[in-house]
Design a protein around this ligand. Structure first.
Ligand code: DGJ
Length: 726
């Protein structure tokens, strides 16, 4: 097992996964230069592709003397720093106590460790000693004693290389960190596309693909959460890369707060990619002996297009990011009362819904917002986590008992990070909410955000939650967060540390979730932020699934789930059948087919359903359970591009052994005199015979010849084709 090698003579670090190679070299003046990231190159060291020539206005390190050919301005660097002659986007920016910001990082040493490193207080991919190796490279400022450690986790079989960074102050004077990127990746060659996932509340993760042009292009969030607007997952792709061919790179940030991902094409057509905590409103003071840890980025390279890359991420997130007993366990089919009742419910109403749902085979009943404090709309009550027994007509444990009595599990909703001004908590502790002294705060959904960077605030909420959760038998918790953060000010920190608050907030959130998960290991936690406003690999370390979007319109979901699938596994995608929320009528079976590409459940009032629809639900749940393994643990194929308005949307799941597949198709419209559509399947075994609806075909025929879709007879008709090896 040697996936990380240091070639002493050439001073080259050589990292290898099954299908990728990553190399860097210690060059003149102890500069760490990036050499290569791409297809495996056997035993070659890609040392001769670095161009060193004299270029005007590209300065040279002092040690270079009269040699004008070695310039940090043009070299591909492994981790660039601000102020010493590299004018591109920098990875590290430090302000020293004399006010200067020039930093010169020099290579100092390395260490190779078995297994995968972890990061104190932050989520990270995990893997055992047989699955991963870690390389730690130490760089050091040539003047002040600041050391930077670059971490590389090589998870060979999954084709993942992770990156993280720590900064240590070994000097006596304090230093102020102004920017610490987790990743800097220089691509000296290639003409790349920049693929990002933008969106809004109720339409998250829409794929955007544009050519990288000269200058800087970036996405990011300053909302305190990773956001609906831009996802912390980006890609670089060859201009001609498709689902099945061409080179592409994925970069997934395991972080749930402010982030920046930027690509810069420089004067010599080289591309630099940086990813990390957004430097805006970020500062971190390091006193002597203190260490700052930057969050992790998971990188995947694929030479065979997007689907290969996505499947690496799916497995990595499902099995090496998500934790706890639920990561590989079957998740219960749930019903959530939110879209069925909103705030308007009683205990009796919920029981009526639960009874109907149980009779259809639903396994978990979730009581959403409105069960606590004074909470009959979204203007009050957040922060008062005492059960409203008057509204429920019983205690929470009684309600839980009755739901359990129906043979169902029981779950509840929380929004621990927020507070209503009209709440006892806010009246007692107004300084616990983010507000800037002397200014009126910006409200979001008429609520404020609690300062989760503070331990006392977290402890109070934790205690209030455990008082409830310890008493009632709760099997599931939905953790919601319904606004963007603003007016950041922490009453417990001095003026020169206010820039630390956004990051400390995220650390506080992770600490809380970690504690909660450890106290209730058998409770399934689903993340949520007004739908998918914090859908990232960082949250998935603590919550095994995340509510994908508040947009439950099936046809819009096709696009949302398509974008989500690039970096996140189906097992993480909270997805429900609902009544038709936008007024667009979509057949019941199509709503189910789309929701099945996720954790699957219902979000409607079952008492309002016809007997025929209830019978359909029974059938849908049976079908979902039958296909569960291939859906949640199989490989995923995007057979059509949901961003293009084609006549059909189609996707496919294939079991790891290639013996089973499920193809789901939704007709986008009815067409008169339909010309017929053929869909080529993927991921099957070429010479294996398969049964499709009772007819036998070799895998090759299904993949190359394809299957002819039935003509749509009604709008948004859908089909599931179950394919099994004979
Ligand atoms: C936003 C969530 O996304 C919804 O599912 C629901 O839980 C509401 N919040 C409740 O306020």
């Amino acid at each position: 097992m040697e996936w990380i090698k240091y070639h002493e003579a050439e001073k080259v670090f050589d990292l290898r996964t099954e299908n990728s190679t990553y190399q860097m070299q210690v060059r003149e003046y102890d500069t760490l230069v990036h050499l290569y990231y791409g297809c495996p190159v056997g035993d070659s060291l890609i040392t001769d592709r670095i161009v060193c020539v004299d270029r005007g206005f590209s300065g040279n390190p002092y040690e270079a003397g009269k040699d004008k050919t070695f310039s940090l301005d043009t070299l591909p660097q492994e981790y660039s720093s601000f102020g010493s002659g590299d004018y591109r986007e920098s990875a590290l920016d430090i302000r020293y106590d004399n006010g200067t910001r020039t930093l010169g990082l020099r290579y100092e040493g390395y260490e190779i460790i078995k297994g995968k490193y972890s990061i104190p207080g932050l989520p990270a991919m995990y893997a055992d000693e047989n699955e991963a190796e870690t390389l730690v490279i130490t760089l050091r400022d040539d003047v002040q004693d600041v050391r930077v450690k670059l971490y590389y986790g090589v998870v060979k079989d999954l084709d993942v290389i992770t990156r993280s960074v720590s900064v240590e102050n070994h000097g006596q004077a304090p230093v102020q960190l102004e920017r610490v990127m987790s990743l800097c990746l220089d691509q000296p060659y290639g003409d790349w596309d920049w693929m990002t996932f933008y969106g809004k509340h109720e339409m998250e993760r829409q794929l955007s693909r544009t050519p990288i042009h000269h200058g800087v292009q970036s996405v990011g969030s300053l909302r305190g959460a990773s956001s609906h607007q831009y996802n912390p997952f980006v890609m670089l792709a060859d201009k001609n890369a498709t689902e099945t061919s061409g080179e592409c790179y994925g970069f997934s940030f395991l972080y749930s707060g402010n982030f920046l991902a930027a690509a810069e094409k420089d004067q010599f057509d080289q591309t630099r990619l940086i990813m990390g905590i957004h430097p805006e409103n970020f500062e971190f003071l390091l006193r002597e002996g203190e260490i700052f840890h930057a969050p992790e980025v998971m990188m995947v390279y694929s030479a065979e297009g997007f689907e290969k890359m996505s499947n690496c991420y799916h497995k990595a997130v499902r099995e090496h990011v998500c934790r706890g007993r639920f990561k590989l366990e079957r998740r219960p089919v749930l019903i959530n009362n939110w879209e069925g009742t909103y705030f308007d419910f009683t205990g009796e109403k919920l029981l009526e819904m639960a009874k109907e749902a149980a009779s259809c085979g639903v396994e978990l009943f979730v009581m959403d917002d409105g069960w606590f404090g004074k909470r009959d709309d979204d203007n009050s009550g957040l922060g008062d986590w005492q059960v409203n027994e008057k509204k429920l007509g019983c205690t929470l444990s009684e309600l839980a008992e009755r739901i359990h009595g129906l043979g169902m599990k029981f779950g509840i909703w929380y929004e621990p990070e927020c507070v209503s001004e009209d709440s006892d908590l806010y009246r007692a502790h107004p300084d616990w909410a983010f507000t800037v002294p002397g200014r009126r705060p910006n409200r979001g959904r008429n609520q404020l955000v609690l300062d989760f960077s503070r331990e006392d605030v977290r402890n109070h909420i934790f205690d209030e939650m455990t008082k409830v959760l310890d008493k009632a038998d709760v099997d599931y918790l939905k953790w919601d967060f319904n606004r963007s953060i603003s007016d950041i000010y922490c009453a417990a920190l001095p003026a020169d540390r206010q820039g630390e608050v956004p990051h400390r907030y995220v650390l506080g959130l992770y600490e809380f979730l970690d504690r909660l998960g450890k106290r209730y290991p058998d409770m399934l936690i689903e993340g949520c932020s007004g739908g998918g406003g914090r859908f990232d690999a960082g949250m998935l370390h603590y919550t095994s699934q995340i509510w994908c979007s508040d947009d439950t319109d099936t046809i819009e979901r096709l696009k949302i789930q398509y974008g989500t699938s690039f970096a996140y596994p189906v097992s993480a995608v909270g997805s429900h059948v609902s009544a038709c929320p936008t007024g667009r009528f979509v057949p019941f079976e199509t709503r189910a087919a789309v929701a099945m590409a996720g954790t699957f459940g219902y979000e409607l009032d079952p008492a309002k359903l016809s007997e025929e629809e209830k019978t359909q639900i029974r059938g849908q749940i049976e079908e979902f359970k039958k296909y569960y393994d291939v859906i949640h643990f199989g490989d995923y194929y995007r057979l059509t591009n949901a961003m293009e308005e084609g006549p059909y949307a189609a996707w496919e799941f294939v079991s790891e052994d290639g013996n089973e597949a499920l193809v789901s198709v939704v007709a986008s419209r009815v067409r008169a005199n339909d010309p017929g559509v053929r869909i080529r399947l993927r991921g099957l075994k070429e010479n294996q015979m398969y049964l499709v609806n009772g007819v036998e075909y070799p895998g090759g025929a299904l993949m190359h010849g394809g299957i002819l879709l039935e003509e749509a007879k009604k709008e948004y008709q859908s089909w599931n084709y179950h394919i099994t090896a004979k």
